[in-house]
Write a protein that binds this ligand. Structure first.
Ligand code: PEP
Length: 251
């Protein structure tokens, strides 16, 4: 049975007071979670306070980025072992905002993925095409390259301890969601690509969809056979919406 999961990506939002209020509401409502995983990926600075608040809950802690380097003279960077000091279990790598705004290419993303695993945490590897790439009908080639750069550095078995998030760039924060069929098509492709190299790894791999998931479209997206949950940006900042999206995993 594949793990189902919803991960919130707070991006650069929140403050101490707002974070506490948001999580109080989420924790109160989601305490009865079954086997599903709920993760919140918070800005670095709030890891200690959120870690405390999540103690004795079933909600896991995640980060949004990491350095590819283990340690050293990298002013302003945060290493994977620093994240694991704060009981981080998941780290987003290769988010399209990092790729596009901060120049992270496939090679850097693959190195970050390895750094996260070496520190005992699970990467949430984001892949996805831009609008131009979709229109040029190269979506699958783009995603294949994004996957292969990780596989060539870390091996396909590394996906036993990772999560993939398919996030079409044109759907992130735009209000445009991929239709369940469009998303399913790419999710099935991702699983097939992994299956070509290792069927068992592919069968147990959790693949999330991300891109303007809201409480009203989550149920139909999560009902697709290869969609195992979501990576949620904007809607993860609104307690009731995030709770409703997590509950959609069950239906
Ligand atoms: C994201 O940032 O990963 C994301 C999917 O954002 P949104 O849900 O706001 O589109």
């Amino acid at each position: 049975m594949r793990k189902k999961m919803v991960a919130g990506n707070w991006k650069m939002h929140g403050n101490l007071v707002q974070n506490k209020q948001l999580l109080d509401a989420v924790i109160a409502d989601l305490n009865e979670l079954g086997e599903d995983l709920v993760v919140v990926c918070v800005p670095y600075l709030y890891l200690p306070s959120v870690q405390k608040q999540l103690q004795n809950t079933k909600i896991a802690l995640g980060a949004q980025n990491v350095s590819q380097h283990e340690m050293g003279a990298y002013t302003g960077e945060i290493s994977a072992s620093m994240l694991s000091d704060f009981q981080c279990q998941y780290v987003i790598v290769g988010h399209s905002e990092r790729r596009m705004l901060f120049g992270e290419d496939n090679h850097v993303v693959a190195k970050k993925y390895v750094a996260v695993q070496n520190a005992g945490m699970a990467p949430i590897l984001c892949v996805g095409e831009t609008l131009e790439q979709r229109e040029a009908k190269v979506t699958k080639q783009v995603i294949e390259q994004q996957l292969m750069s990780v596989i060539s550095l870390a091996g396909v078995e590394s996906f036993n301890k990772a999560v993939i998030a398919y996030e079409p760039v044109w759907a992130i924060g735009t209000g445009k969601t991929a239709t369940p069929e469009q998303a399913q098509d790419v999710h099935a492709f991702i699983r097939e690509e992994i299956a070509k190299q290792n069927l068992n790894v592919a069968n147990q791999l959790t693949i999330l969809y991300g891109g303007s998931v809201k409480d009203n479209n989550a149920p139909e997206l999560f009902a697709m056979p290869d969609i195992d949950g979501g990576l949620i940006g904007g809607a993860s900042l609104i307690a009731n919406d995030f709770i409703a999206i997590c509950r959609a995993l069950r239906h």
